[in-house]
Design a protein. Structure first.
Length: 117
């Protein structure tokens, strides 16, 4: 079983993924977060196998959260959700330890497959 923290400011998307990903098998949603600051707190509290985090969020965005986690939990596996990412942003995310990217428009089955991988 792969435990995840799911961080996205879009409530509908976050709640939908939280409900759908466990149905794909092998995934447990340990916590949800509405922004990067809450994501950092949830990761430190729950120590998930994978943090699934949105790139763009108000307040502390995904990249800032990753910068904090790189100092606090440097081996954390991270999958970044995004709609449109510019190459410079993607390079920065990779430097911060992101292991993969997936589009928010992807099928839940595909997102689950990437998480399990």
């Amino acid at each position: 079983m792969t435990g995840i923290v799911l961080a996205d400011d879009e409530v509908l998307l976050r709640k939908a993924l939280s409900a759908l990903l466990p149905l794909e098998g092998g995934i447990t949603v340990l916590a949800e977060a509405e922004d990067g600051a809450a994501a950092v707190g949830a990761v430190l509290e729950h120590q998930p196998d994978v943090l699934v985090i949105d790139l763009e969020m108000p307040g502390t965005d995904g990249l800032e959260a990753l910068a904090q986690l790189q100092r606090l939990r440097p081996d954390q596996t991270v999958l970044m959700l995004t709609r449109h990412a510019r190459p410079g942003v993607l390079r920065r995310a990779l430097r911060l330890g992101v292991r993969g990217f997936v589009s928010k428009s992807a099928e839940p089955a595909h997102i689950a497959e990437v998480i399990r991988g």
